[in-house]
Design a protein around this ligand. Structure first.
Ligand SMILES: Cc1cc2nc3c(=O)[nH]c(=O)nc-3n(C[C@H](O)[C@H](O)[C@H](O)COP(=O)(O)OP(=O)(O)OC[C@H]3O[C@@H](n4cnc5c(N)ncnc54)[C@H](O)[C@@H]3O)c2cc1C
Length: 415
């Protein structure tokens, strides 16, 4: 490979969120000269990977995710050991919902087929287990599992970027990639930015998050990837003063997911003392360059009722005290897109996106997988067939599942 002065790299990674940062870490660690290009400032807040908490849970209704989470957990540990500080805080996971909810039943089957340990609790047992801090009605169950964690996302992205730099990667921000062409001369990929700079790479990995569809359309006109950006709202609720410590990780409170319509999730009180994150897994379709940044007031009544019912008046349930906006990148089946771009690029360009509101925990595994695909032409230890673009040619809705989707999508409105 040529030297950096000639702007030649073994691999160019487009996008500096968690996926691009993990990829740059993985490829630079393997000794490949690596360039990461980010369109905004490093650690900006306009994509999906910023903020203060993400959940890591092994429990999934789809049988092909738990092994990826387990691989990621090992890789998170390795990265933390390498950097020397923590970005991940171990917790217990509690999944709750009606006993006959098909997704929750699928979680149990997937735990069994992946040998993931869990305990099923009825309402009384759950009340005893968590000392009445969270309760469920008759006909519901709680599924308790270990190996979960809360991840600090901005700190985690910064960690992988620091490690990539340490392994010799070059990180350039405020570099929006506008075109990518197959270099007929020597077979690599030519990448141009809005600033007028050009770089050449033997391989390219595109991890553009909510901008994936736009970027792919720009570089391969007519090629539409079904990834829809969705604006979602994170909500923080105030814990009544005498109960503040009860809802912390130290106090033994779990991360949780409430199955049903809507799917509601939360993490223990960590980032803002006295507040707890509880939000709806859903949002409104948006253009990532023209989003509203507004919170979803239409869901607050429903969420407030859920909080009042589940937390028995120990939280102030008349509304969240703080909200933040963030973006999911939805595919029709909520499964990831991890594939070669194909066409004139063949196997030289790998795309990884459509993480559908549940990708953060997988970052390190995705980095490993796309590095294998870019340099070995394939990746083992992952059921890639579920993530290929071709699934949408067979069925526009993608992978067929016998349970309903988790993320609620509401058409754009004025709220
Ligand atoms: C509120 C919220 C809660 C979530 N909770 C969880 C959770 O609990 N657990 C979990 O596992 N996951 C969770 N997720 C999902 C997870 O955060 C995402 O799946 C993950 O962050 C996606 O990362 P990414 O790198 O694909 O995208 P991004 O972080 O958006 O990164 C893409 C990057 O590409 C850059 N880019 C785009 N186009 C270009 C271009 N042309 N040139 C250069 N750069 C470009 C963008 O600026 C951006 O920085 C949550 C997401 C949200 C929003």
């Amino acid at each position: 490979m040529g030297s950096r002065e000639e702007q030649w790299f073994d691999v160019i990674v487009v996008g500096g969120g968690i996926m691009g940062s993990c990829t740059a870490y993985e490829t630079s660690k393997r000794g490949y000269s690596t360039l990461l290009l980010e369109q905004f400032d490093l650690l900006h807040t306009r994509g999906s990977s910023h903020g203060e908490s993400r959940t890591l849970r092994i429990t999934y209704p789809e049988h092909y995710y738990p092994s990826m989470v387990l691989e990621s957990s090992r890789l998170w540990d390795q990265a933390q050991a390498e950097i020397g500080y923590r970005v991940l805080y171990p917790t217990t996971q509690l999944d709750i919902g009606p006993y006959d909810d098909l997704s929750l039943q699928a979680v149990l089957s997937s735990c069994l087929s992946n040998s993931v340990g869990y305990r099923v609790l009825d309402p009384l047992q759950l009340e005893q287990e968590f000392s009445g801090r969270l309760v469920i009605p008759e006909g519901w169950i709680g599924v308790v599992s270990e190996g979960a964690a809360v991840i600090k996302p901005t700190k985690a992205v910064a960690m992988f970027q620091a490690l990539a730099l340490r392994h010799g990667a070059l990180l350039r921000d405020n570099m929006q990639v506008t075109t990518m062409t197959k270099d007929g001369h020597d077979g690599g990929i030519s990448v141009s930015t809005a600033t007028g700079e050009k770089f050449r790479g033997k391989k390219c990995v595109v991890t553009a998050g909510p901008w994936m569809k736009k970027l792919v359309e720009a570089v391969t006109p007519g090629h539409q990837i079904p990834i829809q950006p969705l604006e979602t709202t994170i909500c923080y609720w105030r814990i009544k003063q005498e109960h503040e410590n009860d809802y912390t990780i130290k106090g033994g409170f779990p991360s949780f997911a409430g199955y049903g319509n809507p799917y509601i999730y939360g993490t223990p009180s960590l980032e803002y003392p006295g507040l707890i994150k509880i939000a709806v897994h859903g949002g409104r379709p948006c253009d990532p360059d023209r989003r509203t940044w507004a919170s979803r007031s239409d869901l607050m009544e429903l969420l407030s009722k859920w909080v009042a019912d589940r937390f028995r008046g120990r939280l102030e349930d008349d509304g969240p005290v703080s909200t933040q906006s963030c973006i999911y990148s939805m595919t029709p089946d909520e499964d990831y897109v991890i594939d070669f771009l194909g066409g004139e690029f063949g196997k030289d360009v790998v795309v990884a996106g459509g993480f559908s509101g549940h990708g953060f925990k997988m970052g390190p595994a995705i980095g490993r997988i796309v590095a294998d695909m870019a340099f070995d032409g394939d990746a083992q230890g992952v059921e890639l067939e579920y993530f290929k673009l071709a699934r949408f040619e067979k069925n526009p809705k993608g992978n067929v599942k016998d349970f309903s989707e988790q993320v609620g999508i509401k058409e754009a409105d004025s709220t």
